[in-house]
Design a protein around this ligand. Sequence first.
Ligand code: Z5A
Ligand code: MG
Length: 220
Amino acid sequence: MSDPSSSRRGAFIVFEGLDRCGKSTQVARLVERLERKGDRARLQKFPDRTTAIGKMIDAYLQSKAEMDDHAIHLLFSANRWECANAIRRDLENGITVIADRYAFSGIAFSAAKGLPFDFCLNPDKSLPLPDLTLYMTLSQEEASSRSQFGEERYETVSMQSATRQQFTLVAQEVKNRHGKERWVEVDARGTIEEVETRIEGIIANLTSQGVQGEIGKLWI
Ligand code: Z5A
Ligand code: MG
């Protein structure tokens, strides 16, 4: 009889949340922890600022370049599309892919600037669907007190507050279209170690056992 675990693929886990809530810190620690255990895992940051498109996004975020709101939105999406095949390939090869932001930031930040929600959602249709999104929650007061807040374009209290509201709509959309279990909130208060323990409790099964079944398509 064939081993059922052999048909399992890697899990696609996304970390989302407002600025300074600790996503990059937790994602880095998680990938390190998995690798120490001997699991195969890869970190995928969005925006990926290393590609040609990513460099344009980086210049925009640092206010070194100006761009129409629609154009920069499409570039963020194009930046995900240029990484999509590699994500699929890794998942199929049993590698856990951990993303630091994804299409949900894309919608929340652009819709917060006033672009129509549907326009923001459409370009990402049929990208790889995350098996789980962890939405890290932290009050604006706590986030603003963390280091480096305010250095980049969207790091103002008014923009963050509008984005927080849009994230609520994005969460609803994910739950409606893909099921409640795919979007889980994580309290980002407390020490780095305390947050890490909360995250570990939520994802342990996914990272150790992988996922049965095909990779889904976002918003389809
Ligand atoms: N954006 C978009 O508009 N459209 C898109 O499609 C995408 C993104 C994908 C840049 O993203 C911007 O791009 C972002 C959204 C927009 N704009 N904003 N605003 P980014 O991901 O490159 O942003 P970042 O520079 O990595 O910052 P961040 O993600 O906002 O921060 P974070 O990753 O959540 O936090 P952190 O770097 O892990 O931690 C921040 C600080 O807090 C750091 O000094 C840590 O040591 C400290 N920290 C972390 N955890 C804790 C705890 N538990 N206690 C105390 N201190 C802590
Ligand atoms: Mg980050």
